[in-house]
Design a protein around this ligand. Sequence first.
Ligand code: FAD
Ligand code: SF4
Length: 521
Amino acid sequence: MSILDHSAIDYVGRTLHTADSYGKPGKTITAKADAVIVGAGPSGLVAGTILAESGWDVIIVEAGRFWHHESFQRRQSWAAKYLMQEQATRIMTGNAFIPVASGRGVGGGTLVNSAICFRAPKWVLDEWVEEWGLDYFEESQREALFAEVEEVIGVEPTSPDVAGENSMIARKGFDALGVDHGFMPRNAPGCVGCGTCQTGCPVGGKATADLTWLPRFLRAGGVLYADTRAEEIRVHNGRAIGIDAVMYDPEDNGEQAVFSIDADRTLVAAGAIDTALILQRQQLADSSGHLGNNLRVHPTCGVVARFDNRDIRLWSGATQGYYAHHPHNRDILLETFSASPDVFMTQMGTVGEIDPGEFLRTFRHLAACGLLLRDSSSGSVRPGDDGTARIRYRVGRRDVQKLRAGLYTVIDMFYEAGSRAIMPMVDGTRYFSTHRLARQHVAARNAASNFSLYSSHPMGTCRIGDDPDRCVVRPEDGQTYDVEGLHVVDSSLFPTAMGANPQVTIMAQALALGRRIAERS
Ligand SMILES: Cc1cc2nc3c(=O)[nH]c(=O)nc-3n(C[C@H](O)[C@H](O)[C@H](O)COP(=O)(O)OP(=O)(O)OC[C@H]3O[C@@H](n4cnc5c(N)ncnc54)[C@H](O)[C@@H]3O)c2cc1C
Ligand code: SF4
């Protein structure tokens, strides 16, 4: 039986409410629940499911829409407007220009992610247990947590049938280099290899949180309001007692309903940027002075390569179908990627001289592969005067070295796979006919601003750990040290960067914390 469950739509107008099904200007609603959860990304939906299945009355509010996969449009501009926070305009400032993307909607980042499913590496989990006291990730417990998540979301290596030519190029090149490599583990059992995960899966073949955890949540009696933004956490005598929220018309932003939700427990699962903003706006939970700091993002950079006698057709095949580990540095993970021509032209236009006509004519011959860093650099999030996020991040010298090391391996991979036109995404780039020339060009780039960087894994802004002087949240049950009844369960908890794509670890953590909240109450 398929794990893809498309039944949530049957609950629209019953316990899954949207501005269309529910809203009416001027409507004021008071509600009561055992727990209210802010955000229906993977962490919010996992924690909500666990609590609802434990017999709790749970309400989730989600600022974005509830989508049916047939509504997804395969255009970046459409996805930016409807599926991304702040319409994909969030940029980190510091010593480099780095966009930071977060998803929006029922399903959160899983709607737009590439379905890559890695567990946090063992040595990172060991560090989190030993240095930060995250006992739920102790060796005796972690296997069961990860296995449970992977079963629910259907993690499998990408089938060669849908992996596409880009993956086959990487397989050949990485094999020749002798590094550890393989077809990408992904949660996309219905993938047909259309290469557009980042605008929503148009065939509903990706096991997003709305097709896995959400139906379970609804079946267990959970209630979800989409198009509904939490505006304030209500606090009385040092204890969180629920939230105020507003349901908006998603097209014209008109107010459709005002909510006052009383709850014994308030869980914030709005993602690492928005959770920090929500708490900071009310100056909640910051006795450590660390709220909003310690931002990690896994910076990424890439290389494209032309194979003149081969059709790669980046638009066909799994969005990110192949990976390899760096031979010498475990903080570097190498992953193929695809994107539409406009995305490549924007990225490369900022760093090199490209002739758009020539680029489009040869697009079918291009392959692409990137790298992801486990960053030791860090940044911070603060609310701006206009309500948007102000995000600062400085890429440190060690991470610049890692960027170079990762690019060298990807360049070598493409050379071994047969390309004689290799273009690393760094300042002044062009096609280089040998790996040596491409490497030399990268070696001369010393500043972080010389690299075309991107990020989509914000984490760490509400650090969890057993030391209240350094952490915002306690490991016993995800409750903030300062405000009773106020919990955080999302990617903002990670004490350090985790070093691989995070959704599986986020869900495993939400599973553990959801159970602890249910047990301790
Ligand atoms: C383009 C892209 C590609 C990615 N690819 C991968 C991948 O292949 N594999 C992987 O492991 N990870 C990937 N990630 C990262 C992964 O999807 C995220 O780390 C994960 O979704 C974070 O989960 P979360 O629950 O912490 O928050 P999110 O998924 O960000 O969910 C938070 C939710 O809260 C809502 N929200 C925010 N503020 C409010 C408010 N005030 N009121 C109500 N709701 C609110 C948001 O709309 C959002 O839906 C990718 C991310 C992006 C953006
Ligand atoms: S590549 Fe596969 S999982 Fe991604 S959007 Fe296309 S069909 Fe869906």
